[in-house]
Ligand binder design. Structure first.
Ligand code: FAD
Length: 184
C-alpha cells in the first residue's frame, strides 16, 4: 500500500471528521514513515505457555507479546523487556561456570520473569478494548452486555486494578550496567 494512499485514506476517510489540528499534523507527516498493517495479538495463554526461547535465541517487544493498543503498554512492555533481559544476562554471566550455557540460562530467567507479566498485560489490553469497543457494536445484545459491564464494573473495579498492575517497577539493569539506577 503506497504511503500516498495511506495518507489519503486517513485524511479523506477515516479521520475526516477529526479536529482540524489533527488533520494538519497528519498532512505534514513524512511519507517515508507511514505504514499500514493489521493489529497483531498473541493470545495470553500462548504468551504464558508458548515457545519464546530456543537455546540462545529469544524475542522481546512486539515479537514476543503483540497486544491491542488499548492500555498503551506495548512499547512500555518492550522497554521493560530490555531492562529485564540485560539484568538476567548480566546475572547469568556473573554466576556462570560453563562458558557455553550462560546465555541460555540468562534467556531462560528472562523468559520466566516476563511471560506471566506480559500475558497479564495482553489480557488486560484485550479486555479494555473489547469492552470499550463492544459498546458501539451493531449486535444489540453484545452492545448492551458490554455497556452494562463497562458502567457497573469496568471503571469502578477493573480499571483501577489494571492501572495498578501496569505501573510496575521492573528493577534495575544490574551492575555493571548501572549502579543503582532504577527503571520503572
Ligand atoms: C495504534 C497504536 C497505539 C499505540 N500506543 C501505544 C502507547 O500509547 N504506549 C505504548 O507503550 N505502546 C503503544 N503502542 C504499541 C507500540 O507501538 C509497540 O508495542 C512498540 O512499537 C513495539 O516495539 P518493538 O521494538 O517491539 O517493535 P517495532 O516498533 O515494531 O520495531 C520493530 C522494528 O523492526 C524492523 N524490522 C522488522 N523486520 C525486520 C527485518 N527482517 N530486518 C530488520 N528490521 C526489521 C521494523 O521495521 C521495525 O522498525 C501502540 C501501538 C499501536 C498500533
Amino acid at each position: 500500500m503506497s504511503p500516498e494512499f495511506i495518507l489519503k485514506e486517513v485524511t479523506d476517510n477515516l479521520a475526516k471528521d477529526f479536529p482540524s489540528d489533527f488533520l494538519t499534523v497528519a498532512k505534514h507527516t513524512d511519507l517515508s514513515t507511514l505504514a499500514w498493517g493489521p493489529l497483531q495479538f498473541r493470545a495470553p495463554w500462548n504468551v504464558a505457555f508458548g515457545r519464546t526461547q530456543n537455546s540462545n535465541v529469544t524475542v522481546a517487544g512486539d515479537a514476543m507479546h503483540p497486544m491491542t493498543p488499548d492500555l498503551g503498554q506495548g512499547a512500555c512492555s518492550a522497554l521493560e523487556d530490555a531492562v529485564v533481559l540485560a539484568r538476567c544476562l548480566n546475572q547469568a554471566h556473573t554466576t556462570a561456570t560453563d562458558n557455553r550455557q550462560w546465555v541460555e540460562n540468562g534467556l531462560k530467567s528472562y523468559v520466566n520473569e516476563r511471560r506471566w507479566r506480559v500475558a497479564g498485560v495482553v489480557a488486560g489490553s484485550w479486555l479494555s478494548g473489547t469492552v470499550h469497543q463492544g459498546g458501539c457494536g451493531d449486535q444489540q445484545w453484545w452492545s448492551r452486555t458490554t455497556r452494562w459491564f463497562r458502567d457497573r464494573y469496568l471503571y469502578k473495579f477493573v480499571m483501577p486494578k489494571l492501572v495498578d498492575f501496569v505501573w510496575t517497577d521492573c528493577g534495575d539493569l544490574g551492575s555493571p550496567f548501572t549502579q543503582g539506577v532504577k527503571s520503572t
